[in-house]
Write a new protein. Sequence first.
Length: 388
Amino acid sequence: MDLSYILNELGEERGTYLNSVVPPIFESSIFCFDSFAGLREGLKDELETPFYTRGHNPTVTILRRKLAALESAEDCLVFASGSAAVAAAILPEVGAGDHVVCVQKPYSWTGVLLDRFLRRFGVDTTFVDGRDTDAVARAMEARTKVLVLESPNSITFELQDIERCAALARERGITTVCDNSYATPLNQRPLEQGVDVVVHSASKYLNGHSDVVAGVLCSSRERVRRVFEGPFMTLGGIVGPFEAWLMLRGLRTLPVRLERIAQTTGKVVEFLAGQPGVERIHYPQHHSHPQRDLARDSLSGGNGLFSVELAAKDIQGIERFCDALKRFLIACSWGGYESLVYPMAALADSENYKKSRTLPWNLVRFSIGLEEPEVLIEDLQQALERLS
Ligand SMILES: *Cc1c(COP(=O)(O)O)cnc(C)c1O
């Protein structure tokens, strides 16, 4: 893949905007036509013609071209959030009486969409341990329309054998959707493994600067058209031109950010693994991960997201640890330039957490940013002393 061509050139037409090196933000809701005939022609294709920004915006279109190329997809749509992209991938495939198979610990709002929202419309979901491909096969029924994968998921880092799962679905005429937010297209390209639709929360590594919430859906031209004419245009959860422009900027440094983050994370994980305050590490690239071989085969690199079970006696120990950290922010989400901790123990009062998850109370998720590894390790060292 000619990565620098995709990130620096593809989709950009400098000659049409005064040779500006950086593309402009087309902050316009509408685009006008020279003539009646021009309008008539433009109306034939609202996805590819500057007409109305819900359907097409030139800044967003540059981003679509780049993201599609990164995922080896024919086409791509960008949404107001990752959750909008997940919903848009599933909705066109199901109606009352249909059935979905989903991995057991998906992103929390993906779980809510399937478990609560879609059930009201007569769509049932079976959640299954995706590490067990036979269990995935057994969960598929004659009425199953969609298989939802997330490999790995973003809190416990369970992987699926994407290729085998997608093949099982294809034999049965089931559409496979894979959330690829964790790996990014640089480390995993599920469409090449037989998946039909790839979705991303671009709020994480793709944008990478904690200043945008956005989502991405990549698929064949035909499927993207179906999503465009369905949930994209009817629900209208589009990304704005300014957010698309910020994402174009964020994307340019994706390879260097990920490389640096993976290096730092390797050092931080090695440090934590040797600490008495750490009971268990969940990181696909660490030798203790139960699916280490599958991770090696399916992911071409690591990143900065992992979680740790801390040897605390009680929630107060976790609290002292988090509060002692000086270089990590206490926050949700991940994939930015800054390091974060997200302790499950603090979620005890959240309704969604209580309903959708059973996670170890002593689990703390880390997102490693672009700081110097020594700075982070030193900070962790002093905070671990506050555990007991
Ligand atoms: C954050 C996240 C989402 C949702 O994306 P938003 O942009 O927050 O709507 C979906 N899947 C995964 C794996 C995520 O981490």
